[in-house]
Design a protein around this ligand. Structure first.
Ligand code: SAM
Length: 176
């Protein structure tokens, strides 16, 4: 199943850090890539691509200004859309249904106010508690539930550096 995150409404400067963290979290939790809509920001794309070069994997970052075309073409090609929102149905009540469908998933997170149309077009509107939280936290919890902790055992191909887990020190090996 392909997993892609759509980060909506990115604003240059203001969202730089959080959008980068959305991308890094998506990558570490096994997504194939992130599509960033809103203001085009090559800086965020470059810094995430630099992490991919060093830590491996095939993660992509794409910049697309029109989110609606992204969602329409995803649905049109048979995929499903999971919109993460505090107003949606509780994660525990829908996760089995989402997990049991083999279809590719576009996981949508917002930044500023999310247009009503997104709620209407989404296959599922899912809440990670009904309290306002960070999109990064919502994404991490959703992906962990979807994949049942598999992210802890993933390997990233062609990595140049790799962290060796340690109880007391920073251990890193260079592979290339
Ligand atoms: C800082 S919030 C801004 C939400 C915005 N005020 C709105 O009306 O949509 C940014 C994003 O975090 C995610 N988010 C925030 N709280 C959430 C929650 N409890 N469950 C799931 N996603 C959440 C949503 O994707 C949201 O668009």
């Amino acid at each position: 199943m392909e997993l892609v995150v759509l980060r909506m409404g990115h604003r240059i400067h203001r969202d730089e850090r959080v959008t980068t963290h959305v991308c890094l979290t998506a990558r570490a939790f096994g997504c194939d890539g992130v599509i960033i809509s809103g203001q085009p920001d090559e800086g965020v794309k470059k810094s995430v691509e630099d992490v991919v070069r060093r830590f491996g994997g095939k993660f992509f970052v794409e910049i697309r200004q029109d989110w609606m075309n992204v969602v329409k073409s995803w649905l049109g090609s048979g995929g499903e859309v999971v919109h993460l929102t505090m107003y949606g149905l509780p994660l525990p009540s829908v996760i089995e249904e989402i997990r049991s469908s083999e279809k590719n998933k576009l996981i949508v997170v917002g930044s500023e106010k999310v247009p009503k149309k997104v709620y209407e077009m989404a296959t599922w509107n899912v809440s990670v508690t009904n309290q306002p939280i960070s999109e990064v936290a919502a994404l991490a919890v959703f992906l962990d539930w979807l994949q049942q902790h598999r992210e802890f055992y993933m390997e990233f191909e062609n990595a140049k550096i790799k962290v060796i887990p340690s109880a007391r020190e920073k251990k890193v090996v260079r592979l290339a």
